[in-house]
Design a protein around this ligand. Structure first.
Ligand code: ASP
Length: 328
């Protein structure tokens, strides 16, 4: 491929990278793909095409939006595009990157990026992140890495990365694994590959367009059975517990979860953010062995928000959590 044949499609979804502040007000999403592409020079030999998908703060992005994004990426591939860059809010960027990795979307590389400082702030980080995301998506080795996140010169695997700071520009980390590579002096260097096989799913079509309802309940000191009981009657499709430590709850919560697990899938995860949910360590009431015996499913390597997305996709297709190798 000659360098001038590289086509990158920029798909804009909103977020702080697209936000501006009105006099005396806070920031709201304003800029579409044209403004974003105009904010940074394209690397030489790269043509940046523009597409607007949504213009939202990322807490309001839905799985249906991500399914639309997958279709847009597949269309870009069919159009002969080399790679896709997605601009997105940082608050849920890790969720969209994870969902993209799970969902059928074709084989071209996808780089998701955003900004911590709005487009009109001093020291706005969006233009530099976008320029580097375009460089990464254009790189001949990018295809090997599937869905990536570019932030602050680092290239992260979409299923490892998470937001670790609410305000500073260096807000993303793949700890404990580290980034796949980085961009320095405009040069992209891949240093590692992530060896996780993600199940390939699509979002099922329900007649009313309803996306499965899967709340996450946060445990802590003495998780109350009353809190769990609220979900027994509620119209939820499954429940994810963000358990303490390796995926544990209080003894009295364990009893209540056992009751709930007879009627709905209940998946235990760890709130710690690093390391898997344990399954073979603690036998006390509310420990991982005890919870397994009570019919609570083990979330394996997935963080609470990831287990939620996986469940939503599986349930939308009438599949069960146990049908994926989720725990490995
Ligand atoms: N503060 C967010 C951001 O950094 C807003 C959002 O996630 O849309 O993009």
């Amino acid at each position: 491929m000659t360098s001038d044949s590289i086509r990158i499609r920029l798909i804009a979804m909103g977020g702080t990278i697209a936000m501006r502040r009105e006099e005396g007000q806070g920031s709201t999403p304003r800029d579409g793909a044209d403004e974003l592409a105009g904010s940074t020079p394209s690397p030489s030999g790269v043509r940046v095409e523009r597409q607007d998908l949504t213009l939202k703060p990322s807490a309001s992005v839905t799985l249906a939006d991500v399914a639309d994004l997958c279709r847009a990426i597949a269309k870009a591939e069919a159009d002969g595009v080399t790679g896709v860059v997605v601009t997105h809010g940082t608050d849920t960027l890790e969720e969209t990157a994870f969902a993209l990795g799970l969902m059928e979307r074709g084989a071209i590389p996808v780089v998701v990026t955003g900004a911590m400082r709005s487009a009109d702030s001093i020291g706005a980080d969006g233009p530099a992140n976008l320029a580097n995301a375009i460089r990464v998506a254009s790189h001949p080795d990018a295809r090997r890495h599937g869905v990536m996140v570019l932030f602050g010169d680092e290239i992260h695997a979409g299923h490892f990365v998470r937001k670790v700071h609410s305000g500073r520009p260096h807000a993303f980390s793949s700890e404990p694994y580290g980034p796949l590579g980085h961009v320095t002096e405009d040069v992209v260097r891949f240093e590692m590959a992530a060896l996780v096989d993600l199940p390939q799913l699509t979002l099922g079509e329900t007649a009313d367009g309803r996306i499965p309802v899967v709340p996450i309940l946060q445990a802590g000191l003495d998780l109350e059975p009353e809190a769990i009981r609220l979900f027994e009657a509620a119209e939820i499709d499954a429940l994810v517990i963000s358990g303490v430590g390796g995926g544990h709850v209080s003894a009295r919560a364990a009893q209540e979860l056992e009751r709930l697990a007879r009627i709905k899938p209940v998946v235990m995860t760890s709130r710690v953010g690093m390391g898997p949910t344990l399954s073979n360590s603690y036998a006390y009431a509310g420990g991982d062995i005890d919870l397994g015996k009570r019919g609570i499913l083990n979330g394996g390597r997935w963080r609470p928000a990831q287990a939620r997305i996986l469940l939503q996709l599986l349930i939308s297709r009438g599949m069960r959590f146990e049908e994926t190798r989720s725990g490995q």
